[in-house]
Design a protein around this ligand. Structure first.
Ligand SMILES: NC(=O)C1=CN([C@@H]2O[C@H](COP(=O)(O)OP(=O)(O)OC[C@H]3O[C@@H](n4cnc5c(N)ncnc54)[C@H](OP(=O)(O)O)[C@@H]3O)[C@@H](O)[C@H]2O)C=CC1
Ligand SMILES: Nc1nc(=O)c2c([nH]1)NC[C@@H]1CN(c3ccc(C(=O)N[C@@H](CCC(=O)O)C(=O)O)cc3)C=[N+]21
Length: 284
């Protein structure tokens, strides 16, 4: 069997067309959805991601503001900036690019964002509501993966999903969203004993680790769906995921590439969450 490659770029484009129609509607109501991206310091990878987000916003008519701050600013200065954005009626979404410099407490910064504008879905109110229900924003990467699987008509109901990674921004919310779709969920992490034993039982494997070629053909069962969240660089500086794509191709039933898989979906769901936020604020 040769796996179907899931085209994240194409699926993103389809969803972005729909989101763009909602932007047009909002504009007819006199509201321009606005996203503020806060970038602290000069991490090159962060700069690249932020530029991609800006470009995607501009393309669909979302007002986007980039706030670049020096890496040596104080935590209080950053908190003051977020509070100013919380009060700005032209801004419906706030994203503080992670990671932050070591002297700044990420938890404090995330908690300072108005949950209604937290389009990353990282605030404890949104993380909590992902579990308990209620109006929330879901983190863009796991949310994008669910939308991708739905687009491909990949059944999750009753299926065994194994998530490798338990970060607050990808792994943990991924498991919760899969649970919402009625999957049976297993989490693996750095203390897991015999990773391959667990991943081999999975109908769907989600790799969100940050280690190149962590998941090989020996880690999956025949016909598994393999989703690669990883964004790593190989020795030549080429972008690659956590999955040995070539090796898994002849064993999996469907697989996402890197680049062109999960990454574009993340940005798409950020746009969708921003428009959703603008719609909610208009309805209030
Ligand atoms: N495509 C996209 O849109 C996005 C891609 N990414 C990429 O996804 C990857 C993961 O990101 P993120 O969740 O933020 O990373 P973190 O570093 O925060 O989390 C990594 C997770 O992997 C686990 N882990 C580490 N080593 C192993 C191992 N040997 N075996 C099993 N589990 C292990 C860790 O376990 P423990 O908890 O025990 O330490 C941790 O839970 C990165 O490559 C990142 O760049 C991230 C966000 C978006
Ligand atoms: N507050 C915050 N929110 C985030 O959502 C967030 C963050 N901080 N910090 C960093 C991670 C990483 N992340 C990516 C998003 C898109 C691609 C993406 O579009 N990747 C392209 C290729 C990128 C390239 O060519 O370099 C692809 O996979 O096809 C990658 C990674 C969001 N993150």
């Amino acid at each position: 069997m040769i796996a179907a490659t899931i085209d994240g770029k194409k699926i993103s484009q389809d969803i972005r067309t729909k989101v763009e129609n909602r932007v047009v509607k909002m504009k007819n109501n006199g509201v321009i959805p606005g996203l503020a991206v806060v970038l602290v310091g000069d991490n090159q990878a962060s700069k690249t991601y932020v530029a991609m987000k800006q470009k995607a916003c501009e393309k669909m008519g979302i007002h986007s503001v980039l706030i670049e701050l020096p890496g040596d600013l104080t935590e209080q200065q950053l908190l003051d900036q977020v509070i100013e954005l919380n009060q700005d009626d032209a801004i419906h979404g706030i994203l503080v690019q992670l990671p932050l410099p070591n002297h700044i407490d990420e938890v404090n910064v995330i908690e300072s964002i108005d949950p209604k504008k937290d389009v990353d879905g990282f605030h404890p109110i949104n993380a909590g509501r992902l579990m308990t229900g209620g109006e929330a924003f879901f983190p863009c990467t796991p949310y994008g993966i669910i939308e991708m699987l739905k687009n491909q008509k990949i059944e999750l109901n009753g299926k065994h999903a194994v998530v490798v990674g338990r970060s607050n921004i990808v792994g943990k919310p991924m498991g919760q969203l899969l649970l919402k779709e009625n999957a049976t969920v297993t989490y693996c992490h750095s203390r897991t004993k015999d990773l391959a034993y667990h991943t081999k039982q999975a109908d769907v494997v989600i790799a969100a680790v940050g280690v190149r070629h962590m998941i090989t053909a020996d880690h999956i069962k025949k016909g598994a769906v393999v989703i690669d969240v990883g964004m790593n660089r190989d020795n030549d500086g080429k972008l690659c995921g956590d999955v040995d794509y070539e090796g898994c191709l002849s064993k999996a039933s469907a697989i996402t590439p890197v680049p062109g898989g999960v990454g574009p979906m993340t940005i798409t769901m950020l746009l969708a969450n921003t428009v959703e936020s603008a719609e909610r604020s208009f309805a209030r």
